[in-house]
Design a protein around this ligand. Structure first.
Ligand SMILES: *[C@@H]1O[C@H](CO)[C@@H](O)[C@H](O)[C@H]1NC(C)=O
Ligand SMILES: *[C@@H]1O[C@H](CO)[C@@H](O)[C@H](O)[C@H]1NC(C)=O
Ligand SMILES: *[C@@H]1O[C@H](CO)[C@@H](O)[C@H](O)[C@H]1NC(C)=O
Length: 465
């Protein structure tokens, strides 16, 4: 009797294993499915996370988190989101602070009512290696990582991710991101178009760039006027910040390790007046919102003697460093590291001078290749101010001979002005998000979702309410 029972059990186990085996074979991502994140509220959508190898020889593995659309994922596009830095995490910043389904709160995760997975299947990638849970076990892979390497790895990531998720292969694909992703996104999109000439794999339908670095000098030098017009610096300081030494010159010198005495003097005057108690990423916010939002590094090299104000308590950092959370995410930290919002240069040695590569020219190529582009700006950001982005977009439209089809006007979210917008030739758009920081979906989630939805649908932003 007992032996019969055992045989039945054993048979059932074999059947179950066989069943899982067949399921995994037909749907490899099953192993990456997240049963439940610790502390999460019940949800109806599926979540996945895990690793995709991008280089066998150099043992490079990139970590992703994928939140399928809340309703009817099969009918919704696939959207890749990338944060900047370089070296900051799309999981910690993008998913858990900006536009993902949850935000950590103590030991719990709370729903984000304006999550972008209401409109799309959202894929968050920690890139390059050394960021968040992404790693290489070959230490030579880290020295130094450039835009070129990052773009290549991101491309291989998606190629291999499609092996795990074959039913997403032909899905409409959008790439979105902010800040230094003004480099990552166009560079990746360009590689996709090249790849598609051999094999049409990427069904790329558009890119959206938030407060992006597109042309270093224009972007960085618009900071002076932004500081001045918002009352952060005096008339006198504005004058020297636009003549004696401007910000692009300072950054260039800084990354070459040759800061001139004049730039050093100007920058110390500027930082003295702006004060380190104002958040450059949102000049109206109080400081120390969260260290998660300080995607500093390249975008804001610290002037000599200046210390960064970092919150002691950081919900996301605490949450992602929990062992049970890492288990649930199928994540591992190689080399006894802690998960950090932005990788420091003792782990990731990024080629910081790549910030000087203009990517607005790549944006021009993409438009010529028929890819719609949206550039949007949180209008309270002084790091990559709206004025620089607006100038670059306008110049590009002129160069490409694109006519304005929607003249500069307000757009609405609910009954309030969500920002301003202008559309060129039905393919290039600019929009501001009113009251938003560098991390627009963090500070203006509802307006950001309205913008995102219009972008995906190729629709103009709401003109009335
Ligand atoms: C993708 O679409 C192409 C043609 O549009 C088709 O040949 C191919 O089978 C599709 N692939 C998948 C995985 O659906
Ligand atoms: C910034 O400074 C550099 C170097 O002095 C100069 O070439 C450039 O024209 C300046 N740009 C602006 C906008 O002032
Ligand atoms: C850089 O990260 C490593 C590993 O997480 C850590 O041990 C080190 O203290 C960090 N260095 C700085 C300057 O923050």
């Amino acid at each position: 009797m007992i032996s019969l029972l055992w045989r039945t059990v054993a048979f059932a186990v074999i059947l179950l294993q066989l069943h899982i085996c067949i399921q995994v074979k037909s749907f490899p991502a099953l192993l990456d499915r997240i049963a439940l994140l610790p502390g999460q509220p019940p949800v109806v959508f599926q979540q996945y996370s895990g690793y995709v190898t991008v280089d066998d020889k150099r043992q490079k593995s990139l970590f992703y988190y994928f939140a399928e659309a809340e309703v009817d994922p099969a009918s919704k596009p696939l959207v890749l989101w990338l944060n900047g830095g370089p070296g900051c995490s799309s999981l910690g910043v993008g998913a858990f602070s900006e536009n993902g389904p949850f935000r950590p709160s103590g030991p719990f995760l709370v729903n984000n009512e304006y999550s972008w997975n209401r409109e799309a299947n959202m894929l968050y990638l920690e890139t390059p290696i050394g960021v968040g849970f992404s790693y290489s076990t070959d230490s030579s892979s880290y020295d130094p990582v450039s835009d070129k390497i990052t773009a290549r790895d991101n491309l291989v990531f998606l190629e291999n991710w499609f092996i795990k998720f074959p039913h997403y292969r032909n899905r409409s694909l959008f790439i979105t991101g902010e800040s230094y992703a003004g480099h990552y996104v166009p560079q990746l999109a360009e590689l996709m178009l090249e790849f598609n000439m051999k094999e049409k794999l990427f069904n790329l339908k558009g890119i959206a760039l938030g407060n992006p670095v597109l042309e270093f000098a224009t972007d960085f030098n618009s900071r002076a006027e932004y500081f001045w017009s918002h009352g952060l610096i005096s008339d006198t300081t504005y004058k020297i910040f636009t003549s004696a030494c401007n910000y692009s010159r300072f950054v260039s010198e800084y990354y070459r390790g040759t800061v001139s005495p004049i730039c050093s003097r100007v920058m110390s005057q500027v930082t003295k007046e702006t004060s380190r108690f104002v958040d450059n990423y949102d000049v109206t916010l109080d400081v120390c919102i969260s260290s998660v939002l300080s995607q500093s590094k390249v975008l804001a090299p610290q002037a000599i003697g200046e210390t960064i104000d970092v919150c002691v308590e950081d919900e996301t950092v605490n949450y992602l460093n929990r062992k049970d959370v890492q288990m649930a995410l199928h994540a591992r930290l190689v080399g006894g590291r802690r998960w950090a919002v932005c990788s420091n240069n003792s782990i990731l040695d990024y080629k910081l001078l790549d910030v000087e590569i203009p990517t607005i020219t790549i944006v021009g190529k993409l438009i010529k290749g028929g890819i719609p582009v949206l550039v949007y700006s949180g209008d309270q950001d002084s790091v990559i101010p709206l004025t620089g982005s607006r100038t670059l977009v306008d110049q590009l439209a002129k160069e490409l001979g694109l006519k304005t089809i929607v003249p500069y006007r307000v757009w609405f979210a609910g009954q309030q002005v969500g920002g301003w917008t202008q559309v060129y030739g039905n393919i290039l758009s600019f929009a501001t998000i009113r009251g938003a920081s560098h991390e627009a979906p963090f500070s203006q989630p509802e307006r950001s979702l309205v913008l995102f939805k219009a972008f995906l649908g190729g629709q103009p932003l709401p003109e009335t309410f």
